[in-house]
Write a protein that binds this ligand. Structure first.
Ligand code: SAH
Length: 240
């Protein structure tokens, strides 16, 4: 099955469009996910237009600020990536960036490893583990410029997973469906506790099925106090 090209829609909505090579990689990505779906429960979204909208377009809608910036050589982590969303479309659209796909399920990571080799995606790595554990490891803590997270849990949980992985000044992008001002009021103190601020909240309508969605942009400002104490000392201090 052939993915639609949607050149006009890409341009009108994101002021961006895939070049010929990127379109080919999107097509191959789609085909490999359909094949993988026979063995693994990867996604319910399998029709070409739906795949285009919910997996490709939606993934890239969240990173509009990066698509238009010249500085695209960023380190990005996609937390709870599943079948590779939003991380894979982002890596394809931003070949200068370095993208880590994190998931706690080994079967999904094994599938993604194969996919990355088949699609020859040189800027993608995988990582197996739980976000709350990975976020405490020195190799990953305060390491990334951008953290993406879609359909993993409540916004507070997503923020708790994403923020520790970011460098100071880094950006967490939370992909959400429904969102209200009350949700913002609930989230605000959680974000502040984690040493970050809600920089912006964008509402948008998807171009084919007109569903309303939101993206939350959280900026990490400083380390929370407990974070400044090295981990090995913290456990000693707490045991006193
Ligand atoms: N982001 C993808 C997949 C969402 S499903 C998309 O939007 O299509 C949620 C995924 O998060 C699952 O693959 C699950 O294995 C993973 N996951 C759930 N909790 C996690 C955690 N604590 N750490 C890492 N991955 C997690």
């Amino acid at each position: 099955m052939l993915l639609p090209e949607m050149v006009e829609v890409w341009q009108q909505t994101l002021k961006w469009q895939p070049d010929e090579k990127q379109q080919q990689i999107f097509q191959r990505l789609y085909e490999e996910i359909l094949l993988g779906n026979r063995q693994l429960n990867l996604t319910r979204i399998t029709q070409p237009e739906e795949f285009w909208e919910k997996h490709l377009w939606d993934s890239l809608r969240g990173i509009v600020p990066l698509l238009q910036s010249m500085n695209s050589n960023q380190t990005i982590i996609d937390i709870g990536t599943g079948a590779g969303f939003p991380g894979l479309p982002v890596a394809i659209a931003l070949p200068q960036s370095s993208v880590t796909l994190l998931d706690s399920t080994r079967k999904k990571i094994n599938f993604l490893e194969q996919l990355i080799t088949q699609l020859e995606l040189k800027n993608v790595k995988t990582l197996i583990g739980r976000a709350e554990v990975i976020g405490k490891q020195f190799q990953h803590r305060k390491t990334y410029d951008i953290a993406l997270i879609r359909a993993v849990g409540s916004a507070s949980v997503c923020a708790e997973y994403a923020l520790p992985l970011l460098k100071t000044g880094g950006l967490a992008i939370l992909y959400r469906g429904h969102w209200t001002d009350e949700d913002t009021q609930v989230l605000k103190p959680v974000i502040e506790q984690l040493g970050a601020v809600i920089e912006s909240i964008e509402q948008f309508t998807t171009p084919l099925s007109s569903s309303v969605r939101h993206c939350l942009y959280l900026r990490r400002l400083r380390s929370p106090t407990s974070d400044r104490i090295p981990h090995y000392l913290r456990s000693q201090l707490l045991s006193f």
